[in-house]
Ligand binder design. Structure first.
Ligand code: PMP
Length: 332
């Protein structure tokens, strides 16, 4: 028999997939690969830190039987936490900004969590922000514990212990470039740190939405891609691991998200499209021996009324139906 003891043991060991048609279309000679993190049980890369943060809190006595997990999350971390909480018997309360798609909110409620919605357009230290509201709730609720993926070392550690070693093994140590979106930065810091320890020559490159602080701190403004970019520097970010940051616009991210489905049959959210654009830019002038790995954080299922809806795309991102009919190329 070959089975997992429970669903949490099925987190990780995701496939690495070649982006062959896109490589051909863009004239890329390097090997371009994507880590399919949307294939985790909860549908995203965030299953890994969610499980690690809970197990770490249990070990340190911060989370006790019957406790409540309170976390500000745009959805994916919430799914991972809710799955772990269901097995382990915790209550979950999540706060999120109002820009998050209704499907994501409904999904978390379906998984048994309580969801508190807060305004997007206020600074993080405003008492109304979803960060501040989560702090207050974690204090007020008896047995409340806030994992805080933005400061919790267990977040990058989960990637250092699992995602990084998997990529190293799957590429037989031949990876030369890792290109990855930055949100809490748990993924890029954990994977990047592991890969650089194995081979200091590996380049670690962040992908960041236009409007986010990582690529342009002087021009922080709202953008449409979800789950990546920030308007503050998370404590989990260690810039010594990041060699470069590539800025990607909403338009580029969304056109690439649609193209990944159309050409590769890979159905991911906008942050996957964004990472792919950055990876293509990095891979473009590299020789055939180069091995560029990017990472697709979540599935397109959470965005069927957004990036996968032509009307929404035209209204919000100014991408016309005519434009969608033409094949999109990063390099024309
Ligand atoms: N993409 C999506 C859809 C996400 O939910 C997240 C997590 N915020 C990321 C990318 C970025 O991952 P990380 O937090 O590890 O930087």
């Amino acid at each position: 028999m070959d089975y997992h003891e429970n669903i949490l043991a099925a987190v990780g060991k995701t496939p690495l997939v070649r982006l062959g048609r896109i490589s051909e279309g863009e004239g890329i000679e390097a090997l371009l690969l994507a880590k399919a993190e949307f294939m985790n049980p909860g549908g995203s890369v965030k299953d890994r830190p969610a499980v690690k943060m809970i197990e770490d809190a249990e070990k340190r006595g911060l989370l006790r039987p019957g406790g409540t997990i309170v976390e500000p999350t745009s959805g994916n971390t919430g799914v991972g936490l809710a799955i772990a909480a269901a097995i382990k018997g915790y209550r979950c309360v999540f706060t999120m900004p109002d820009k998050v798609s209704p499907e994501k909110r409904d999904l978390l409620r379906a998984l048994g969590a309580e969801v508190v919605v807060a305004p997007t357009a206020v600074p993080p230290d405003d008492p109304e922000s979803y960060y501040s509201v989560s702090d207050r709730l974690a204090e007020e609720i008896p047995g409340g514990y806030k994992p805080d993926q933005y400061s919790n070392p267990a977040n990058p550690l989960s990637h250092y212990e699992t995602t990084g070693p998997e990529i190293w093994e799957q590429t037989a140590g031949r990876i030369t470039h890792f290109v990855c979106g930055m949100g809490t930065c748990g993924t890029i810091v954990g994977v990047g740190r592991y890969l650089k320890e194995r081979n200091p020559e590996v380049r670690v490159i962040g992908a960041d939405p236009e409007g986010s602080i990582f690529s342009d701190p002087e021009n922080v403004h709202p953008y449409l891609v979800e789950g990546v970019g920030e308007d503050f520097y998370p404590q989990t970010l260690d810039m010594s691991v990041v060699d470069d940051v590539v800025q990607v616009t909403d338009r580029e991210s969304f056109l690439m998200t649609r193209r990944l489905m159309n050409e590769e049959g890979i159905f991911v959210g906008g942050s996957g499209g964004m990472a792919a654009v950055a990876a293509i830019r990095v891979a473009k002038d590299l020789p055939a021996e180069a091995v560029v790995v990017t990472l697709f954080p979540d599935s397109g299922r959470g965005y069927v009324t957004k990036v996968f809806n032509d009307e929404w795309l035209e209204r919000e991102a100014g991408i016309s139906r005519e434009e969608l009919k033409r094949p999109y190329r990063v390099f024309e």
